[in-house]
Design a protein around this ligand. Structure first.
Ligand code: UDP
Length: 498
């Protein structure tokens, strides 16, 4: 008979997807597990490990049981240049299928590792639906990790069940998503393409949903005061458990070193301090932070509209801009001139590439942000209580916008009408007037902005409480770890537990 203390050494393996914005929150979550005594291993490839390894080394030196198991990406075998093994804004479109192929080649190796490392539980990104079968074979729990909101998962489920989007006459007519805790309306144009017309991605989503229902449960980077009503909806819809364990960015990154070195490693030394000096010279709540995540690039026509809106607004700004390598040279003249002007007037600060987002957001000078509604960014913005201008683009962004604008009422929509793929420009160009109007609404001192700011600050307080002893995410984490230990004990004693 195995005694309970022998089940205390819980080994949990985290398997992130190979895109920067899936890796970042899963690694933060893994680090939180390690903070609470779990023996954590993260499995990924060398190029992807480089995105977060410094934080793992710091945690290890803090005495936590956490490590990365690094695999060699089969670049040669799939015909990719060495180092191209991540989905981000710089991933060449034609190389994407090869990256997926490389990942598929690694699958048997990863499967073997779960066994060799004697995992008690696998926390798997949604994009590895096959891990559900492996966990069942090993007799251990598989937990699905979503780098997305609970609301978005609920919305997709309800649309699959009730198909209200198929009952309107045209793509820009509004339909209601029935069965959700709030009355939310969208148009077909705002839905991902695979929900409008069957395609390969839709097949993958079916496999993911199937794996979700067969999982022991789901974990989200969210918290009860943020999406509590949707946690219940998810549990009923998928028939599994569900734990909100966020905000993981707040929980895992409490030191400046954690915040400044998070994510992509391309931040040049000294760059942060120039940026922080600039920010520190600005008045409280006076600067707008504009960022569109780790995957997006805009065509010049859209950059021009954003630039005009920012230059003519009465607020200072930081704008994280990505160079469009495919059309080298095309926008250089315009953006260079723009940067020169806003630098001279001390009105704007452009970051070409990777921004230390957590450090920027928590600076007292930042008053609001313009976001593409990437889930990590929404949660990070909530950590510090910022109202948002919402500008959804792809993935589940349009669902996230509903949460921010309609449910929580902490954002103003820029009025984006059309979903597009992450690696496409799409046909919509949001005009400078629309951008300017939305910026004015969140940054100026009107009643509406004031109320939004108060609601956002309230949620920021809730976020901070959620991760403390007695808070909802803290309680969820402790309960989940205890549950996994007890299941391990049953397994070791030969009692079925899956
Ligand atoms: N991020 C960052 N600096 C950047 C761009 C992104 O630190 O210049 C981080 C951001 O803090 C967030 C993640 O990358 O954690 C982006 O994830 P999100 O879900 O917001 O958007 P996606 O990249 O999936 O579009």
């Amino acid at each position: 008979m195995v005694m309970s203390h022998e089940a205390n050494n819980m080994k949990v393996i985290f398997l992130p997807f190979i895109s920067t914005s899936h890796i970042i929150p899963m690694v933060d979550m893994a680090r939180v597990f390690a903070m609470y005594g779990v023996d954590v291993t993260i499995i990924t490839t060398k190029g992807n490990a480089a995105i977060f390894q410094k934080s793992i080394d710091r945690d290890f030196n803090r005495g936590r049981s956490i490590k990365t198991h690094v695999l060699e990406f089969p670049a040669k075998q799939v015909g990719l240049p060495v180092g191209v093994e991540t989905f981000n804004a710089d991933t060449p479109l034609d190389m994407s299928p090869k990256i997926y192929y490389g990942l598929a080649i690694l699958q048997p190796q990863i499967e073997k590792l779960f066994e060799e490392l004697e995992a008690d539980c696998i926390v798997s990104d949604m994009f590895h639906p096959w891990t559900v079968g492996v966990a069942a074979k090993l007799g251990i729990q598989r937990i699905i990790f979503y780098a997305a909101s609970v609301l978005s998962r609920s919305a997709v489920h309800t649309l699959e069940q009730h198909a209200t989007h198929t009952r309107v006459d045209h793509d820009s007519e509004k339909f209601t998503m029935v069965g959700l805790p709030h009355k939310l309306e969208m148009t077909r144009l705002q839905l991902p393409d695979w929900m409008r017309k069957s395609n390969a991605y839709g097949q993958l989503m079916k496999m993911i949903n199937d794996s979700a229902t067969k999982s022991y449960g789901a974990v989200f980077n969210s918290f009860h005061d943020f999406e509590g009503a949707y946690e219940e909806h998810y549990k009923n819809a998928f028939g599994t458990k569900c734990w909100s364990l966020g905000p993981v960015s707040l929980w895992a990154n409490q030191d400046v070193s954690d915040k400044s070195e998070r994510g992509d490693t391309k931040v040049e030394e000294g760059e942060d301090s120039d940026l922080l000096k600039w920010l520190n010279s600005k008045k409280e709540n006076s600067v707008l932070y504009v960022s569109f995540g780790s995957l997006n690039k805009f065509p010049l026509s859209q950059l021009v509209e954003i630039a005009h809106a920012l230059e003519t607004s009465s607020h200072d700004f930081i704008w994280v801009v990505r160079k469009n390598n495919d059309k080298e040279g095309e926008d250089e003249g315009f953006m260079e001139e723009f940067e020169k002007r806003v630098k001279e007037s001390n009105k704007g600060y452009l970051i070409w590439g990777w921004a230390p987002q957590l450090l920027i957001l928590e600076n007292q000078a930042i008053g609001a942000m313009v976001t593409h509604c990437g889930w990590n960014t929404i949660v990070e913005s909530m950590n510090v209580g910022l109202p948002m201008v919402t500008w959804p683009l792809f993935a589940e962004h349009f669902f996230n916008e509903k949460l921010v604008v309609d449910v929580l009422r902490i954002g103003v929509s820029v009025g984006a009408k059309e979903w597009r793929n992450w690696n496409e420009f799409g046909s919509e160009v949001v005009k400078r007037d629309e951008i300017g109007k939305a910026i004015g609404l969140v940054m100026e001192n009107g009643k509406e902005a004031e109320e939004m700011r108060l609601r956002a600050k309230g949620l920021s307080d809730d976020a901070k409480k959620a991760i403390l002893v007695g808070g909802s995410s803290h309680a969820n984490l402790i309960q989940l770890i205890e549950e996994l230990k007890s299941l391990k004990l049953q397994r070791l004693n030969g009692l079925c537990c899956c």
